[in-house]
Design a protein around this ligand. Structure first.
Ligand SMILES: [Ca+2]
Ligand SMILES: [Ca+2]
Length: 97
């Protein structure tokens, strides 16, 4: 599953400490691999899967060094569920430049 956000009105590149707030509801969060996709398609891994992490939900803020990316454009949160059974959805997410 992916969710997009359009960024406009920011001059130059994204910061070296781009804040990516995510709220993903899921019944076994170890299933999830989470990437931030920059407007040019570059992927930044924020979370890997972990078969032993049975806790619910990913509600946190990741810090990504996105300083080589132009800020304006369409950013995507890409969440892949790499194991069966448990499922979930992106409740909300935001970028803070
Ligand atoms: Ca790039
Ligand atoms: Ca699953």
């Amino acid at each position: 599953m992916t969710s997009s956000v359009a960024v406009t009105g920011i001059t130059g590149n994204a910061p070296s400490a781009l804040q990516v707030g995510v709220d993903i509801k899921h019944t076994w969060r170890g299933d999830l691999v989470i990437d931030l996709i920059a407007p040019d398609g570059s992927a930044y891994r924020m979370k890997n899967s972990s078969s032993s992490d049975s806790a619910d939900n990913v509600i946190t803020t990741y810090t990504v060094n996105a300083s080589t990316e132009v800020a304006n454009g369409t950013w995507k949160l890409q969440v892949r569920d790499v194991y069966s059974y448990d499922t979930g959805y992106i409740d909300s997410w935001k970028l803070t430049f």
